[in-house]
Ligand binder design. Structure first.
Ligand SMILES: NC(=O)c1ccc[n+]([C@@H]2O[C@H](COP(=O)([O-])OP(=O)(O)OC[C@H]3O[C@@H](n4cnc5c(N)ncnc54)[C@H](O)[C@@H]3O)[C@@H](O)[C@H]2O)c1
Length: 254
């Protein structure tokens, strides 16, 4: 039980990686607030909070949250404080949209910034204001290998993930002396709706060619990211600060 009695928030926790992180945290003894727009996620099936509480009653709570709204983020952190005090903040919610630069619009640009960057900036700030009272806490930001290498057609996604990577380093420097550890997780291509619907790679011919470039010779599973987050959230990682952990089956190798 690496996270026994800890209280965590996972934004965008009703689908994909966030869902696996929420389940992984509960399996290690944490109570989790799933902060998402709807209890039901993109993957279908039993909503994650219902599924967790059916197995382990009282370990998960749903709080409605649009991460691009600061007031929603404040309400989620207040809920965690009321539940016993926020220990772990996972800024996971994010969107991916493909748009060639010559066709890019101000609307897409703004949406990408609001959901992928503003949410992490203020999510971290609001979480840290709570954690600093106890001089202890962990913030994990879901970045991406797309924040480390640019790809045509994904300029705004690359830009937002790169911004979050640097933001994490600044926060680690500023909040570390206050007892708060801040790190990034950079997933590669994971089996979620992001890679089956938003930018369909998995299950396509291009995808098969892609697999040959991944030394692990398989797609990432949400549990691969969840395990990494459990490690980073736990005391096993007590001296891991301001770093970018890449979880990509060896694809990037930098
Ligand atoms: N899947 C991958 O291969 C991959 C790779 C690298 C990084 N990531 C990052 O990991 C995170 C999770 O991605 P995923 O693959 O699980 O995607 P996903 O689409 O399965 O899940 C993302 C979740 O975020 C939620 N969300 C979107 N906008 C929101 C908003 N305004 N407020 C609240 N919730 C919102 C969605 O509803 C969804 O539940 C994202 O930040 C993504 O950029 C994913």
């Amino acid at each position: 039980m690496l996270l026994k009695d800890k209280i965590a928030i996972v934004t965008g926790g009703s689908s994909g990686l966030g869902r696996a992180i929420a389940e992984g945290f509960v399996a290690q003894g944490a109570r989790v607030i799933v902060a998402a727009r709807t209890p039901a996620g993109r993957d279908g099936g039993t909503p994650v909070v219902e599924a967790i509480n059916a197995k382990t009653p009282g370990m998960a709570k749903f709080v409605a949250c649009d991460v691009s709204r600061i007031s929603d983020l404040e309400a989620v952190v207040a809920e965690a404080e009321g539940w016993g005090g926020l220990d772990i903040m996972v800024n996971n919610a994010g969107i991916l949209e493909k748009e060639p630069i010559l066709e890019a619009t101000e609307e897409t640009f703004q949406r990408m910034i609001d959901v992928n960057v503003k949410s992490v900036f203020f999510g971290s700030q609001i979480a840290a204001r709570a954690m600093v009272k106890r001089k202890s806490g962990v913030i994990i930001n879901l970045c991406s290998i797309a924040g480390m290498r640019g790809t045509g057609g994904f300029s705004h996604y690359n830009m937002t993930k790169g911004a979050v990577r640097l933001l994490t380093y600044s926060l680690a420097d500023e909040l570390g002396p206050m007892g708060i550890r801040v790190n990034n997780v950079n997933p590669g291509i994971m089996r979620t709706k992001m890679n089956t619907e938003d930018d369909p790679v998995i299950g396509t011919e291009t995808g098969e060619e892609y697999l040959d470039m991944i030394p692990a010779r398989r797609w990432g599973e949400p549990e691969d990211v969840a395990d990494t987050c459990v490690f980073l959230a736990s005391d096993m990682a007590k001296y891991v600060m301001g770093t970018s952990l890449v979880v990509d089956g060896g694809y990037l190798r930098i």
